[in-house]
Design a protein around this ligand. Structure first.
Ligand SMILES: [Zn+2]
Length: 280
C-alpha cells in the first residue's frame, strides 16, 4: 500500500504523534455521545447533560449520565488499533498520543505519553462554578486537595489527595471532596468549556516539532483539536491519515488510508516497522 521510499522515510521518523478520535474506539464497541443517548437518555440534548449550566441545575442528572457512559467504557477492551499504537511506541524514540477520547483505552493498551485533549472519564475534579466565584463579596478559600472553592465548614484536616483519587465514577449520590465538601465532577471538557491550556500548549508544541503525525479515526470537526494535524503539516511533518471517510485533512495528507483503524493501523505498522520485530 506504500512506496518503498516512503516506507524508508517513515521508518526513519523518530518524533511521532498519533492523533486519535472516536473512530479508534468504535471497534471496541464504545458508542459516540449521541449513540449512547438511548432509553431514558434519548429525551436529553447533549447540553442538558454535559455543561456547567446542567451541573449547576441538576448535578445528580449529569452524574448519572456519566455513570451510564462509563458503563460502556468499562465493559469495552482496547482493540487491535490501540494495541498497534503501543507496538509502534516501542519502535520509535519518541511517540506521544494526542487523543480526543475520554475512554482511557490507550492507557489500558499500555501506551504511555497520552495527552487527553478532552479530559478523562476516570478522573474527577471539583465543580468550580465561576458564577459563584464572582457573586460573593469575599474571595473563596481554595481547597488544597481538589483546588475547588472550600466554602464549607466540614473540612477534614486529615483528608489527602489520595482520598480524592480513590473516589470513582460510580452509581450513587454525587460525591464530594473529602477535604472541603465541594461537589465532584468528571474531569472532562464540557460544551462551552475551554481546553486545559497546558495540555493544548503541549499538543501544539508537539505538532510544531514532530516529523510524523498519524491521524486516526477523527472527523476533524471539533476545534481546536482539529487544528493539530494541520499545524503539523504546516510545520513540515509527514501526515498519514486513517479514516473510514475522507475529511478536510485528506487532500493535504501524504497518504490517506481509507478504512477502519483496527484493521488498517496494525497492517500499516507491520509494513513500515515489521510489526516491531526487527529494526526497532
Ligand atoms: Zn476540596
Amino acid at each position: 500500500m506504500l512506496e518503498s521510499d516512503l516506507i524508508e522515510k517513515l521508518h526513519d521518523c523518530q518524533k511521532v504523534v498519533v492523533f486519535t478520535g472516536a473512530g479508534i474506539s468504535a471497534e471496541s464497541g464504545i458508542p459516540t455521545f449521541r449513540d449512547a443517548q438511548t432509553g431514558l437518555w434519548s429525551k436529553f440534548n447533549p447540553q442538558d447533560v454535559a455543561s456547567t449550566e446542567a451541573f449547576r441545575k441538576n448535578p445528580q442528572l449529569v452524574w448519572d449520565w456519566y455513570v451510564h457512559r462509563a458503563e460502556f467504557v468499562r465493559n469495552a477492551e482496547p482493540n487491535p488499533g490501540h494495541k498497534a499504537v503501543s507496538t509502534l511506541q516501542a519502535c520509535v524514540a519518541d511517540l506521544t498520543v494526542i487523543t480526543q477520547n475520554i475512554d482511557n483505552l490507550h492507557q489500558r493498551a499500555a501506551t504511555r505519553n497520552v495527552l487527553e485533549l478532552h479530559g478523562s472519564l476516570f478522573r474527577l475534579k471539583a465543580f468550580v462554578d465561576t458564577d459563584e466565584l464572582f457573586a460573593g463579596d469575599t474571595s473563596p478559600i481554595i481547597c488544597h486537595i481538589c483546588d475547588g472553592y472550600a466554602t464549607y465548614d466540614e473540612c477534614d484536616p486529615y483528608a489527602s489527595k489520595e482520598d480524592l483519587a480513590a473516589i470513582e465514577l460510580r452509581a450513587g449520590p454525587v460525591p464530594r471532596c473529602p477535604g472541603c465538601g465541594a461537589l465532584l465532577r468528571p474531569d472532562i471538557v464540557w460544551f462551552g468549556e475551554p481546553l486545559d491550556i497546558d495540555i493544548l500548549d503541549g499538543a501544539t508544541r508537539l505538532a510544531d516539532t514532530c516529523d510524523l503525525l498519524i491521524c486516526i479515526g477523527s472527523s476533524l470537526e471539533v476545534q481546536p483539536a482539529a487544528s493539530i494535524p494541520v499545524r503539523a503539516k504546516l510545520a513540515g511533518a509527514t501526515i498519514i491519515e486513517i479514516n473510514p471517510e475522507p475529511t478536510s485533512l485528506s487532500s493535504h495528507a501524504d497518504v490517506f488510508l481509507q478504512g477502519k483503524a483496527a484493521e488498517i493501523l496494525p497492517a500499516f505498522v507491520n509494513v513500515v516497522w515489521n510489526n516491531g520485530e526487527t529494526s526497532c
